[in-house]
Design a binder for this molecule. Structure first.
Ligand code: CP
Length: 352
């Protein structure tokens, strides 16, 4: 079964096709292209935009969506093979995925990173289990490694604002938060921007590196598209002359180990990830920082955003903020993804 979980499932050509189709359908809506289609949406984690935009895309396309919340109304779910299920999860993905597949045409799943070990989160075991065991195409609504839909909406936003993403200088900057957050959104912006040919700069404090496999994948994409990837710890330098500044909080490189073990930390005791996050309030994104970017630069953020912690309220309320456009564009790219996923089962399907 073909799925839409990672950017690799589309590639840079697929990304370009999705963006073109989303722009066309934004100008001229496709009508009831999802008539008689039922989307099953399974959430392991909360959502505002993802749930609302997928439901809106289904209803406006003439289809319907069914929402289930694992562990809240629906049974809590185990995904690991070979475990004795004597804990708090009575349902296994091996049964749940094919059972749901008998009721729906497409299955969308949201399952966040566990935030204990980057290698485990990069492996993306929960959504891969759904992809393996479902009998209908699976669409990611954010998994441990990537947030495919968000990355596509981000590129659509850049394309609309600047006409082209080819060698567009854009910056992804780490931002402060009260707690460690998953890396799926920064991973997907890095991958999508590289696949779209941007010159992407990533800035974060030491100890907050993005996963090596994601960086390597982005570098390969950039090499193929003529874009570039640069990484560093200097926020101001990364923003200079940039056309878009993407603010995003994410957690430290995990597991955090003591300095004496050769990694992050200032003592023999492993630092607390929350304390590491809170040690960099000066990384907040505000108009002073944006003043170092290009004159027509925009602010990006996937939302939800903590005002005056991650990004200043005055910047979010200013005309440079494109965060609501980004959220709207989730709807437009997802319309296209739903259509593409249906074509996996019905290759001769065509939309009038
Ligand atoms: N950006 C995003 O995925 O928003 P939600 O978590 O509200 O769905």
């Amino acid at each position: 079964m073909r799925n839409l979980i990672h950017l690799k499932d589309l590639g840079s050509d697929g990304l370009a096709e999705v963006i073109e189709q989303a722009m066309a359908w934004k100008r001229s809506a496709p009508g009831a292209h999802l008539r008689d289609v039922l989307l099953g949406m399974l959430f392991f984690n909360p959502s505002l935009r993802t749930r609302a935009s997928f439901e809106a895309a289904m209803v406006r396309g003439g289809g319907q969506a069914m929402v289930l919340e694992a562990g809240k109304g629906a049974w809590a779910m185990e995904h690991r093979d070979g475990v004795v299920m004597d804990g708090s999860r009575p349902e296994h993905v091996r049964e749940a995925a094919p059972v749901l597949s008998r009721y729906v045409d497409l299955l969308a799943v949201r399952s966040f990173a566990g935030l204990e070990d980057d290698a485990v989160d990069e492996a993306d075991a929960v959504i891969r289990a759904f992809g393996e065991h479902a009998e209908v195409p699976v669409i990611s609504m954010e998994s441990a490694r990537e947030h495919l839909c968000q990355g596509l909406a981000d590129v659509l936003t850049l394309r609309e604002k600047f006409g082209t993403t080819r060698n567009l200088p854009v910056t992804l900057t780490w931002a402060p938060h009260i707690k460690p957050l998953p890396k799926a959104v920064p991973n997907s912006f890095l991958l999508s921007a590289a696949a779209a040919g941007c010159d992407i700069r990533v800035a974060h404090p030491p100890g907050f590196d993005l996963p090596p496999s994601v960086v390597a994948e982005a570098e390969d994409l950039a090499a193929a598209t003529g874009g570039s990837v640069s990484l560093g710890n200097d926020q101001a330098a990364a923003v200079e002359g940039s056309r878009a500044v993407y603010a995003k909080a994410w957690g430290p490189t995990l597991p955090v180990v003591p300095a004496s073990d050769g990694a992050t930390g200032a003592s023999d005791h492993a630092p607390d990830p929350a304390a590491m996050i809170q040690a960099h309030p000066d990384w907040r994104v505000d108009s002073d920082l944006l003043s170092q970017s290009a004159a027509d630069a925009c602010l990006l953020h996937c939302l939800p955003v903590r005002r005056d912690l991650e990004v200043s309220a005055e910047l979010l309320d200013s005309p440079v903020s494109a965060v609501v456009d980004q959220a709207e564009n989730r709807f437009h790219v997802q319309r296209v993804l739903l259509e593409r996923a249906l074509e996996f089962n019905h290759p001769h399907r065509s939309v009038a």
